[in-house]
Design a protein around this ligand. Structure first.
Ligand SMILES: Nc1ncnc2c1ncn2[C@@H]1O[C@H](COP(=O)(O)OP(=O)(O)OP(=O)(O)O)[C@@H](O)[C@H]1O
Ligand SMILES: [Mg+2]
Length: 783
């Protein structure tokens, strides 16, 4: 190898090692800055809203103001009433784990499913959602009074699994935003996804950790309770019409649990129904639920109706609740058969059956067991009073009597109402928000009295008109902004959501997933550096063996067999992690409609960069130490092909086998395909022109790659004079050269081209098989 060639490869080696990292560093830095800016903007908008709340309370201290105002999550244009009749599930072994569950979940309500452990709560939710693949479901489900399956409305349905399945290497904000982009309606712009992310972060009270990486057991990032909220946030980000949650509050303290359920209930105002399995709620939380379904042992209904009706219902059956007992706990004891009825003492023998049968007889009368007092003072009354109070004070607010509230006047008003000195940019933010809510040009210098009153009143409603209008990108709206109620209704009616919501297409999934993968790729730099070091070590070790310890000439096939086997082994094992490490996340995403092909392509493409980099480091180091007289590019090609095939094998294994079996099977595959079936002597023996040779051609990587490397040296560098080669080496050469040269051809393409075609073919087949493996195994693993 001449000096220039050597220098060229060294420079390339440095470029390959440093270039991608430098490029990714710049990308990541930009990404970080954008995230930080987003957090700052969110902080500013929250401060502005705080001031607005204080101003409204200054005029009317008793006004009820919403804790959360939604900017991205929308009111549902078509809510979903769910009714189910005789829902049941029988396992393949004949056991009935759920039977005869009948009831209804009204749109926009917050419903709880309770019962002892093993009663069948998760099974009920799975059966209702059409996800109980492990048994034979029975019964009927009606959506808005039409018989249907909830699975048919998948884009509108969110399912929060019992286990927290989240992306451990992404920040809280990143994963919620990517979920919003992946699962939102096709018209979801990145602007809207950001607004949804803000809503979700705010409602789940995880805004302060938005830029924290979630982490895992080994590398702790956020707490268990926060992780649970992220788990819910991933589904909320899809802006679902119905949200199923399996134990969303387990592991949370009672205050946090209450906050989450209150938030979910708040979402009911947008028409979202929340149906959740819940354990041990405190009574205040229990009464927040509009409906409860109590399941007894064997998955049978013992009560379904308003939460406040549950205790009176059982009291009428003669069960007495001790004064100091939490009614929710008492209900659980009762369902489990721990409480005796005074009226029906015989119940003690078979409580579950009795409660079930009694419910069947009494369910029609459940509404008469309690009554809820009506609301005397309405939000509309609040608005009228506030509007009158502001009108009366207007001459003091609009000091220059221009008819508009300017930036200075607003600053003065805030100072007067809060006693604090507001920053100019926060006041500006508030002014813009007021103009946006009124549908005016945000560059205007001031807000009119109607718009100011409209904004203060709008804080009473959960979704703001301006935000909804912005989603539709209709900035040139001309309606007046005074009657907030009418406006919200109008906006709601024309929001293009419905039960038949289109899922996003392959292209947008691919874009979002590729972007996300790029971020993940960068976060795995230390892992990547470690693997590159291992690859470099392997190359130096093998080169030292061939050069110093057991000198072997490069015109023999043996060094290539070792090199290709080592490379294939490393790459197969490395690629196992691509689909094996976070399979549950994949199952969750594919169950929610994310394109499997987009997921596959986004991951494989970036991983291919890793493969090329590792192969290059491996080959370049070996090449520089041994310095064969051939072109580096031609020397490199067989190795690259080996990497592609080995990677395909790794993907395929990880897509169909459980993670724990991956390394064992991958090592075996690499050993058989390279070390065993690629050994030149075995290749010669197996070349019988029949079945054995065909099998070897199809499954052996090294059968092609070793021959390519070996013949390249023989033809380009040349052999030493044949007489100088003695003994075993000469014998082997005389047998091998004609065999590789003449018999290793495929349809007259020559050995080199045949090798390229076969190896490329193997790589394509294995990659396709991996994709199919992912696609079909995910079908039965619907999380
Ligand atoms: N995939 C499954 N295959 C076979 N049986 C199952 C499966 N899932 C649940 N079961 C059985 O169904 C019954 C009800 O289980 P389920 O998980 O619905 O209970 P649960 O009420 O949600 O309990 P927990 O409160 O402990 O989560 C159990 O007896 C369980 O063994
Ligand atoms: Mg469960």
């Amino acid at each position: 190898m001449d000096k220039a060639h050597f220098l060229g490869i060294s420079v390339l080696l440095v470029v390959v090692l440093v270039g991608p990292f430098l490029a990714l560093y710049c990308f990541h830095k930009r990404w970080d800055l954008r995230q930080a800016k987003q957090a700052r903007m969110a902080g500013k908008s929250m401060q502005a809203q705080d001031f607005a709340v204080k101003v409204a309370r200054y005029f009317m201290p008793s006004i009820q103001i919403e804790k959360h105002r939604f900017h991205g999550l929308t009111a549902k244009s078509e809510p979903m009433d769910i009714r189910f009749e005789s829902l049941g599930l029988e396992l393949p072994n004949g056991t009935t784990v759920l039977s005869g569950v009948t009831g209804e979940f009204k749109a926009g309500t917050c419903c709880a499913i309770m019962g002892p452990s093993g009663a069948g709560k998760t099974t009920f939710m799975n059966a209702l959602c059409g996800k109980a693949f492990y048994g034979k479901p029975t019964g009927k489900v009606f959506i808005n009074e039409r018989e249907a399956s909830i699975a048919d409305f998948r884009p509108c349905v969110g399912f929060v699994p019992q286990d927290d399945i989240v992306h451990e290497c992404l920040t809280v904000g990143e994963q919620i935003q990517s979920a919003a982009l992946l699962r939102g309606e096709p018209w979801t712009t990145s602007k809207r996804a950001k607004r949804i992310t803000e809503d979700v972060l705010q409602i789940l009270q995880i805004n302060h950790i938005r830029n924290t990486v979630v982490g895992s057991v080994e590398h702790r990032g956020i707490s268990g309770g926060q992780r649970k909220r992220v788990n819910i946030g991933l589904e909320l980000a899809a802006d679902p019409t119905v949200l199923f949650l399996d134990e969303p509050t387990s592991g949370l303290d009672s205050t946090s649990s209450l906050t989450i359920i209150e938030s979910l209930k708040k979402l009911g105002e947008l028409g979202m129904t929340s149906i959740m399995v819940i354990h041990q709620p405190r009574y205040k939380l229990f009464t927040l639920f509009d409906e409860v379904l109590l399941l007894g042992k064997g998955g049978r209904t013992v009560y379904q109706g308003p939460s406040q009706g549950a205790v009176p219902y059982f009291q009428r059956l003669g069960f007495e609740i001790p004064a100091t007992e939490n009614p929710a706990d008492w209900l659980m004891d009762l369902i489990s058969g721990e409480v005796r009825s005074k009226r029906f003492p015989q119940v003690g023998t078979h409580p579950a059956d009795w409660l079930f049968e009694t419910w069947e007889q009494n369910k029609a009368q459940v509404g008469s067991y309690f009554s809820i007092p009506g609301n005397l003072w309405t939000e509309q009354d609040d608005r009228t009073v506030l509007a009158n109070l502001v009108e009366a004070e207007w001459h003091q607010i609009d000091v220059d009597e221009s008819g508009f509230l300017s930036l200075d006047e607003l600053t003065r008003l805030i100072r007067q109402c809060t006693g604090a000195e507001p920053k100019k940019n926060i006041v500006q933010q508030l002014l813009v928000a007021m103009l946006e809510v009124a549908g005016r040009d945000p560059d205007r210098d001031g807000v009119s009295r109607e718009d100011f009153i409209g904004y203060l009143c709008s804080m009473q409603v959960a979704a703001s008109r301006a935000d909804i209008l912005q989603l539709q990108d209709t900035s040139s709206s001309s309606e007046s902004g005074s009657d907030v109620e009418t406006i919200v209704m109008e906006a709601t009616c024309c929001t293009p959501t419905g039960l038949v919501r289109e899922a996003r297409g392959f292209g947008s999934h691919l874009f979002v997933l590729s972007h996300r993968q790029l971020v993940l790729w960068w976060r795995k730099n230390s892992e990547r550096a470690l693997f590159l070091a291992v690859v470099a070590f392997a190359a130096v070790l093998l080169a030292s063996m061939d050069k110093y310890i057991c000198p072997t000439p490069l015109w023999m096939p043996d060094p290539y067999l070792n090199l290709h086997t080592a490379l294939a082994l490393m790459q197969t094992v490395y690629c196992l992690g691509l689909f094996g490490d976070d399979k549950q996340v994949f199952w969750r995403e594919s169950a929610s409609g994310v394109s499997v092909l987009a997921f596959f392509i986004s991951r494989v493409v970036l991983n291919t960069v890793d493969l090329v980099m590792q192969t290059f480091v491996f080959v370049a180091l070996y090449f520089m130490m041994l310095q064969p007289h051939v072109h580096f590019g031609r020397f490199f090609l067989p190795f690259l092909l080996v990497s592609f095939v080995a990677a395909g094998a790794g993907y395929f294994i990880s897509s169909i086998l459980p993670v724990q079996h991956g390394p064992f099977v991958a090592s075996l595959v690499a050993f058989v395909s390279c070390g065993l079936m690629g050994h030149p002597m075995r290749v010669i023996q197996m070349m019988d022109g029949g079945m054995l040779e065909a099998v070897m051609d199809v499954i052996s990587i090294a059968r092609w790659s070793v021959g390519m490397s070996f013949l390249l040296i023989v033809e380009d560098q040349g052999l030493p004079p044949i007489d100088s080669i003695q003994g075993q080496q000469r014998l082997e050469l005389e047998v091998m050269i004609p065999v590789y040269k003449d018999r290793g051809m495929w349809q007259g393409h020559g050995y080199w081209n045949s090798g390229i075609l076969w190896l490329l073919g193997m790589a394509v087949v294995l990659h396709s098989a991996a994709f199919l493996g992912l696609k079909f195994t995910s079908r039965t693993k619907q999380i």
